[in-house]
Write a protein that binds this ligand. Structure first.
Ligand code: AMP
Ligand code: TRP
Length: 342
Protein backbone atom coordinates (compact mmCIF):
# COMPACT_ATOMS: atom_id res chain seq x y z
CA UNK A 1 0.00 0.00 0.00
CA UNK A 2 1.26 3.49 -0.82
CA UNK A 3 0.83 6.07 1.86
CA UNK A 4 1.43 9.82 1.82
CA UNK A 5 2.47 11.81 4.86
CA UNK A 6 3.15 15.52 4.93
CA UNK A 7 3.05 18.41 7.36
CA UNK A 8 2.95 22.18 7.61
CA UNK A 9 4.07 24.18 10.64
CA UNK A 10 1.52 26.39 12.41
CA UNK A 11 3.78 29.41 12.49
CA UNK A 12 1.32 31.93 10.99
CA UNK A 13 1.22 33.71 7.62
CA UNK A 14 0.46 30.73 5.38
CA UNK A 15 1.35 31.94 1.90
CA UNK A 16 1.21 31.22 -1.78
CA UNK A 17 4.44 29.18 -1.57
CA UNK A 18 2.89 26.88 1.00
CA UNK A 19 -0.14 26.53 -1.24
CA UNK A 20 1.61 25.92 -4.57
CA UNK A 21 4.60 24.03 -3.16
CA UNK A 22 2.69 21.81 -0.78
CA UNK A 23 -1.01 22.08 0.06
CA UNK A 24 -2.32 22.08 -3.50
CA UNK A 25 -0.36 18.92 -4.17
CA UNK A 26 -1.81 17.32 -1.02
CA UNK A 27 -5.27 17.81 -2.52
CA UNK A 28 -4.31 16.23 -5.83
CA UNK A 29 -2.82 13.14 -4.16
CA UNK A 30 -5.84 12.18 -2.10
CA UNK A 31 -7.47 10.37 -5.02
CA UNK A 32 -4.61 7.92 -5.46
CA UNK A 33 -3.11 7.44 -2.00
CA UNK A 34 -3.97 6.84 1.58
CA UNK A 35 -3.10 10.32 2.92
CA UNK A 36 -2.11 11.60 6.35
CA UNK A 37 -1.76 15.39 6.69
CA UNK A 38 -0.37 16.82 9.88
CA UNK A 39 -0.21 20.25 11.47
CA UNK A 40 3.25 20.00 13.00
CA UNK A 41 2.88 22.04 16.19
CA UNK A 42 5.80 20.21 17.83
CA UNK A 43 8.08 21.41 15.05
CA UNK A 44 6.70 24.92 15.37
CA UNK A 45 7.98 25.36 18.94
CA UNK A 46 11.57 24.70 17.90
CA UNK A 47 11.45 28.48 17.49
CA UNK A 48 9.55 30.74 19.89
CA UNK A 49 5.75 30.77 19.41
CA UNK A 50 3.40 32.88 21.52
CA UNK A 51 1.23 30.30 23.33
CA UNK A 52 -1.91 32.34 22.68
CA UNK A 53 -1.21 32.40 18.95
CA UNK A 54 -0.14 28.80 18.49
CA UNK A 55 -3.70 27.52 18.85
CA UNK A 56 -5.02 30.02 16.32
CA UNK A 57 -2.25 29.14 13.89
CA UNK A 58 -2.90 25.41 14.33
CA UNK A 59 -6.54 26.01 13.43
CA UNK A 60 -5.46 28.22 10.53
CA UNK A 61 -3.37 25.48 8.89
CA UNK A 62 -6.21 23.01 9.43
CA UNK A 63 -8.62 25.48 7.84
CA UNK A 64 -6.25 25.87 4.88
CA UNK A 65 -6.19 22.11 4.36
CA UNK A 66 -9.98 21.97 4.43
CA UNK A 67 -10.53 25.10 2.33
CA UNK A 68 -8.07 23.90 -0.32
CA UNK A 69 -10.14 20.75 -0.70
CA UNK A 70 -8.60 18.01 1.45
CA UNK A 71 -11.44 15.71 2.46
CA UNK A 72 -11.21 14.88 6.20
CA UNK A 73 -13.20 11.68 5.68
CA UNK A 74 -10.86 10.20 3.09
CA UNK A 75 -7.67 11.62 4.62
CA UNK A 76 -6.43 11.90 8.17
CA UNK A 77 -5.97 15.52 9.29
CA UNK A 78 -4.54 16.01 12.79
CA UNK A 79 -2.10 18.02 14.88
CA UNK A 80 1.11 16.33 15.89
CA UNK A 81 1.06 17.02 19.65
CA UNK A 82 -2.19 15.04 20.03
CA UNK A 83 -0.35 11.86 19.03
CA UNK A 84 2.35 11.20 21.63
CA UNK A 85 3.99 8.51 19.50
CA UNK A 86 5.69 11.28 17.45
CA UNK A 87 7.71 12.45 20.45
CA UNK A 88 8.40 8.88 21.50
CA UNK A 89 9.78 7.65 18.18
CA UNK A 90 11.72 10.90 17.77
CA UNK A 91 13.65 10.04 20.94
CA UNK A 92 14.76 6.75 19.46
CA UNK A 93 15.76 8.54 16.26
CA UNK A 94 17.79 11.01 18.34
CA UNK A 95 19.82 7.96 19.25
CA UNK A 96 20.02 6.63 15.68
CA UNK A 97 20.92 9.80 13.75
CA UNK A 98 24.57 10.88 13.93
CA UNK A 99 25.72 14.39 14.82
CA UNK A 100 27.62 14.46 11.55
CA UNK A 101 24.38 13.99 9.64
CA UNK A 102 22.60 16.80 11.49
CA UNK A 103 25.57 19.12 11.05
CA UNK A 104 25.00 19.06 7.31
CA UNK A 105 21.40 20.33 7.46
CA UNK A 106 21.17 23.66 5.69
CA UNK A 107 17.79 24.55 7.22
CA UNK A 108 19.32 24.53 10.70
CA UNK A 109 22.09 26.81 9.50
CA UNK A 110 19.57 29.17 7.87
CA UNK A 111 17.25 29.26 10.86
CA UNK A 112 19.90 29.45 13.56
CA UNK A 113 21.76 32.10 11.59
CA UNK A 114 24.52 33.90 13.41
CA UNK A 115 23.09 32.99 16.82
CA UNK A 116 23.85 29.29 16.70
CA UNK A 117 24.57 29.11 20.42
CA UNK A 118 21.15 30.56 21.22
CA UNK A 119 19.18 28.13 18.99
CA UNK A 120 17.06 25.56 20.80
CA UNK A 121 18.23 21.96 20.99
CA UNK A 122 14.87 21.13 19.38
CA UNK A 123 15.77 23.10 16.26
CA UNK A 124 18.90 20.99 15.91
CA UNK A 125 17.10 17.61 16.17
CA UNK A 126 14.13 18.88 14.14
CA UNK A 127 14.88 16.47 11.23
CA UNK A 128 14.76 13.47 13.60
CA UNK A 129 11.22 14.41 14.63
CA UNK A 130 10.33 14.85 10.98
CA UNK A 131 11.63 11.34 10.26
CA UNK A 132 9.49 10.04 13.13
CA UNK A 133 6.41 11.77 11.66
CA UNK A 134 6.89 10.05 8.36
CA UNK A 135 8.03 6.62 9.49
CA UNK A 136 5.35 6.13 12.17
CA UNK A 137 2.93 5.79 9.28
CA UNK A 138 5.42 3.89 7.12
CA UNK A 139 4.76 6.55 4.51
CA UNK A 140 6.13 5.70 1.08
CA UNK A 141 5.86 9.21 -0.39
CA UNK A 142 6.14 12.73 1.03
CA UNK A 143 4.98 15.75 -1.00
CA UNK A 144 6.96 18.88 -0.07
CA UNK A 145 8.58 21.96 -1.57
CA UNK A 146 12.24 21.94 -2.68
CA UNK A 147 13.50 23.19 0.67
CA UNK A 148 12.64 19.90 2.41
CA UNK A 149 14.58 17.59 0.12
CA UNK A 150 17.57 17.31 2.41
CA UNK A 151 15.39 16.38 5.39
CA UNK A 152 13.90 13.54 3.36
CA UNK A 153 17.34 12.21 2.53
CA UNK A 154 18.05 12.16 6.26
CA UNK A 155 14.77 10.31 6.84
CA UNK A 156 15.96 7.59 4.49
CA UNK A 157 19.31 7.40 6.25
CA UNK A 158 17.57 7.02 9.61
CA UNK A 159 15.21 4.32 8.31
CA UNK A 160 18.08 2.40 6.80
CA UNK A 161 20.30 2.63 9.87
CA UNK A 162 17.47 1.62 12.19
CA UNK A 163 16.60 -1.39 10.04
CA UNK A 164 20.27 -2.36 9.81
CA UNK A 165 21.20 -1.82 13.44
CA UNK A 166 18.25 -3.78 14.79
CA UNK A 167 18.06 -6.35 12.02
CA UNK A 168 14.46 -5.59 11.06
CA UNK A 169 12.56 -4.52 7.94
CA UNK A 170 10.38 -2.08 9.81
CA UNK A 171 10.73 1.23 7.99
CA UNK A 172 10.39 1.92 4.25
CA UNK A 173 12.77 4.17 2.30
CA UNK A 174 10.49 7.11 1.68
CA UNK A 175 10.50 9.03 -1.61
CA UNK A 176 9.99 12.79 -1.85
CA UNK A 177 7.32 14.05 -4.26
CA UNK A 178 8.33 17.47 -5.50
CA UNK A 179 6.10 18.53 -8.37
CA UNK A 180 4.20 21.44 -9.92
CA UNK A 181 5.48 24.57 -11.66
CA UNK A 182 6.22 26.31 -8.35
CA UNK A 183 8.24 24.13 -6.00
CA UNK A 184 10.16 27.22 -4.89
CA UNK A 185 8.11 30.43 -4.88
CA UNK A 186 10.25 33.52 -4.31
CA UNK A 187 9.54 36.75 -2.44
CA UNK A 188 7.56 39.41 -4.33
CA UNK A 189 10.03 42.04 -3.13
CA UNK A 190 13.29 40.26 -3.88
CA UNK A 191 13.38 37.37 -6.32
CA UNK A 192 16.56 36.00 -4.77
CA UNK A 193 14.82 35.17 -1.46
CA UNK A 194 12.29 32.43 -0.85
CA UNK A 195 8.74 33.53 -0.04
CA UNK A 196 8.60 32.90 3.68
CA UNK A 197 6.27 33.13 6.67
CA UNK A 198 8.92 34.92 8.68
CA UNK A 199 9.81 37.70 6.20
CA UNK A 200 9.16 40.92 8.16
CA UNK A 201 7.67 42.52 5.03
CA UNK A 202 4.06 41.40 4.52
CA UNK A 203 4.33 42.76 0.96
CA UNK A 204 6.86 40.00 0.20
CA UNK A 205 4.17 37.30 0.22
CA UNK A 206 0.57 36.66 -0.74
CA UNK A 207 -1.06 35.19 2.34
CA UNK A 208 -3.74 32.57 1.86
CA UNK A 209 -6.11 34.70 3.94
CA UNK A 210 -5.42 37.97 2.06
CA UNK A 211 -8.55 39.58 0.64
CA UNK A 212 -8.91 40.72 -2.98
CA UNK A 213 -7.62 44.23 -2.31
CA UNK A 214 -4.50 43.01 -0.57
CA UNK A 215 -3.72 40.49 -3.31
CA UNK A 216 -4.19 43.09 -6.07
CA UNK A 217 -2.02 45.61 -4.27
CA UNK A 218 0.81 43.18 -3.58
CA UNK A 219 0.95 42.03 -7.20
CA UNK A 220 0.81 45.60 -8.47
CA UNK A 221 3.72 46.56 -6.22
CA UNK A 222 5.76 43.40 -6.79
CA UNK A 223 9.33 44.17 -7.83
CA UNK A 224 10.02 43.84 -11.56
CA UNK A 225 12.71 45.03 -13.96
CA UNK A 226 12.54 47.51 -16.81
CA UNK A 227 12.52 45.05 -19.70
CA UNK A 228 9.63 43.46 -21.58
CA UNK A 229 8.64 39.88 -20.76
CA UNK A 230 10.71 37.17 -22.45
CA UNK A 231 9.34 34.72 -25.00
CA UNK A 232 9.70 30.93 -25.34
CA UNK A 233 12.97 31.31 -27.28
CA UNK A 234 14.67 31.78 -23.90
CA UNK A 235 14.04 28.11 -22.98
CA UNK A 236 16.84 25.55 -23.17
CA UNK A 237 16.63 22.24 -25.04
CA UNK A 238 14.68 20.69 -22.11
CA UNK A 239 12.12 23.50 -22.36
CA UNK A 240 13.30 24.89 -19.04
CA UNK A 241 14.36 28.40 -18.03
CA UNK A 242 18.21 28.39 -18.03
CA UNK A 243 19.73 29.23 -14.64
CA UNK A 244 21.63 32.19 -16.07
CA UNK A 245 18.42 33.73 -17.44
CA UNK A 246 16.67 33.22 -14.12
CA UNK A 247 19.59 34.73 -12.20
CA UNK A 248 19.52 37.80 -14.45
CA UNK A 249 15.76 38.38 -13.99
CA UNK A 250 14.70 36.52 -10.83
CA UNK A 251 11.52 38.56 -10.24
CA UNK A 252 10.26 38.16 -13.80
CA UNK A 253 10.68 34.37 -13.79
CA UNK A 254 9.19 34.07 -10.33
CA UNK A 255 6.00 35.84 -11.44
CA UNK A 256 5.89 33.79 -14.64
CA UNK A 257 6.28 30.59 -12.59
CA UNK A 258 3.49 31.63 -10.25
CA UNK A 259 1.26 32.34 -13.25
CA UNK A 260 2.06 28.91 -14.72
CA UNK A 261 1.36 27.14 -11.43
CA UNK A 262 -1.91 28.98 -10.76
CA UNK A 263 -3.18 28.46 -14.30
CA UNK A 264 -1.88 24.88 -14.46
CA UNK A 265 -0.16 25.69 -17.75
CA UNK A 266 3.44 25.01 -18.69
CA UNK A 267 5.95 27.84 -18.37
CA UNK A 268 6.40 27.55 -22.13
CA UNK A 269 2.71 28.23 -22.74
CA UNK A 270 2.84 31.23 -20.43
CA UNK A 271 5.93 32.60 -22.18
CA UNK A 272 4.12 32.24 -25.51
CA UNK A 273 1.11 34.09 -24.16
CA UNK A 274 3.06 37.04 -22.76
CA UNK A 275 6.13 37.27 -25.03
CA UNK A 276 7.11 40.93 -25.41
CA UNK A 277 4.35 42.17 -23.08
CA UNK A 278 4.72 44.98 -20.56
CA UNK A 279 4.63 43.99 -16.90
CA UNK A 280 1.48 46.07 -16.42
CA UNK A 281 -0.55 43.83 -18.74
CA UNK A 282 0.94 40.67 -17.27
CA UNK A 283 0.33 41.79 -13.69
CA UNK A 284 -3.31 42.55 -14.45
CA UNK A 285 -3.75 39.03 -15.80
CA UNK A 286 -1.89 37.53 -12.85
CA UNK A 287 -4.08 39.43 -10.40
CA UNK A 288 -7.24 38.17 -12.05
CA UNK A 289 -5.95 34.61 -11.98
CA UNK A 290 -4.75 34.79 -8.36
CA UNK A 291 -8.12 36.13 -7.25
CA UNK A 292 -9.97 33.36 -9.09
CA UNK A 293 -7.88 30.62 -7.47
CA UNK A 294 -7.20 32.04 -4.00
CA UNK A 295 -10.41 34.04 -3.48
CA UNK A 296 -12.68 31.11 -2.61
CA UNK A 297 -9.99 29.42 -0.47
CA UNK A 298 -9.37 32.58 1.55
CA UNK A 299 -13.09 33.12 2.01
CA UNK A 300 -13.57 29.58 3.31
CA UNK A 301 -10.59 29.99 5.66
CA UNK A 302 -12.10 33.17 7.04
CA UNK A 303 -15.44 31.38 7.50
CA UNK A 304 -13.74 28.52 9.38
CA UNK A 305 -11.93 31.03 11.58
CA UNK A 306 -15.34 31.82 13.02
CA UNK A 307 -16.16 28.17 13.62
CA UNK A 308 -13.24 26.78 15.70
CA UNK A 309 -15.45 24.01 17.08
CA UNK A 310 -15.79 22.45 13.64
CA UNK A 311 -12.05 22.64 13.04
CA UNK A 312 -11.22 21.15 16.44
CA UNK A 313 -13.61 18.26 15.79
CA UNK A 314 -11.75 17.40 12.57
CA UNK A 315 -8.44 17.37 14.48
CA UNK A 316 -9.83 15.22 17.31
CA UNK A 317 -11.19 12.63 14.91
CA UNK A 318 -7.96 12.71 12.89
CA UNK A 319 -5.78 12.23 15.99
CA UNK A 320 -7.75 9.18 16.97
CA UNK A 321 -7.34 7.61 13.54
CA UNK A 322 -3.64 8.60 13.46
CA UNK A 323 -3.00 6.94 16.84
CA UNK A 324 -4.54 3.71 15.57
CA UNK A 325 -1.83 3.54 12.87
CA UNK A 326 1.10 5.05 14.78
CA UNK A 327 0.91 3.21 18.11
CA UNK A 328 1.42 -0.32 16.75
CA UNK A 329 4.40 0.89 14.68
CA UNK A 330 5.93 2.53 17.76
CA UNK A 331 5.41 -0.72 19.66
CA UNK A 332 7.30 -2.62 16.94
CA UNK A 333 10.14 -0.10 17.16
CA UNK A 334 10.26 -0.43 20.96
CA UNK A 335 10.47 -4.21 20.71
CA UNK A 336 13.19 -3.99 18.06
CA UNK A 337 15.25 -1.75 20.34
CA UNK A 338 14.90 -4.24 23.18
CA UNK A 339 12.82 -2.27 25.64
CA UNK A 340 11.09 -4.39 28.27
CA UNK A 341 7.40 -4.09 27.43
CA UNK A 342 4.32 -5.20 29.39
P1 AMP B 1 6.60 25.44 6.32
O1 AMP B 1 6.00 26.76 6.09
O2 AMP B 1 8.08 25.53 6.50
O3 AMP B 1 5.91 24.62 7.36
O4 AMP B 1 6.42 24.66 4.95
C1 AMP B 1 5.27 23.92 4.62
C2 AMP B 1 5.38 23.37 3.21
O5 AMP B 1 5.40 24.44 2.25
C3 AMP B 1 6.65 22.56 2.94
O6 AMP B 1 6.33 21.46 2.11
C4 AMP B 1 7.54 23.53 2.23
O7 AMP B 1 8.47 22.87 1.37
C5 AMP B 1 6.54 24.34 1.42
N1 AMP B 1 7.05 25.68 1.15
C6 AMP B 1 7.38 26.62 2.08
N2 AMP B 1 7.80 27.76 1.48
C7 AMP B 1 7.75 27.54 0.14
C8 AMP B 1 8.06 28.33 -1.02
N3 AMP B 1 8.48 29.59 -0.93
N4 AMP B 1 7.87 27.76 -2.24
C9 AMP B 1 7.43 26.49 -2.36
N5 AMP B 1 7.12 25.69 -1.31
C10 AMP B 1 7.27 26.20 -0.07
N1 TRP C 1 9.78 20.43 7.98
C1 TRP C 1 8.60 20.69 7.22
C2 TRP C 1 8.58 22.15 6.80
O1 TRP C 1 9.13 23.00 7.42
C3 TRP C 1 7.35 20.37 7.98
C4 TRP C 1 7.26 18.93 8.33
C5 TRP C 1 7.37 18.38 9.57
C6 TRP C 1 7.04 17.86 7.43
N2 TRP C 1 7.21 17.03 9.51
C7 TRP C 1 7.01 16.67 8.22
C8 TRP C 1 6.88 17.77 6.06
C9 TRP C 1 6.84 15.42 7.65
C10 TRP C 1 6.72 16.52 5.49
C11 TRP C 1 6.69 15.34 6.27
O2 TRP C 1 8.00 22.47 5.83
Amino acid sequence: MNRIFSGVQPTGNLHLGNYLGAIRNFVALQDDYDCVYCVVDMHAITQWQEPGELKAHTREVTAAYLAAGIDPKRCIIFNQSQVAAHAELAWIFNCVARLGWLNRMTQFKDKAGKHREAASAGLYVYPNLMAADILLYKATHVPVGEDQKQHLELTRDIAQKFNNDFGVELFPLTEPLIFGAATRVMSLRDGKNKMSKSDPSDASRINMTDDADAIAKKIRRATTDSELLPGPDILDENRRVPEAARAARPEAYNLLGIYAALSEKSVEAVLEEFAGAQFSRFKAALTELALAVLGPIGAEMRRLRDDPGAVDAVLRDGAERARAIAEPVLEEAYRAVGYLRP
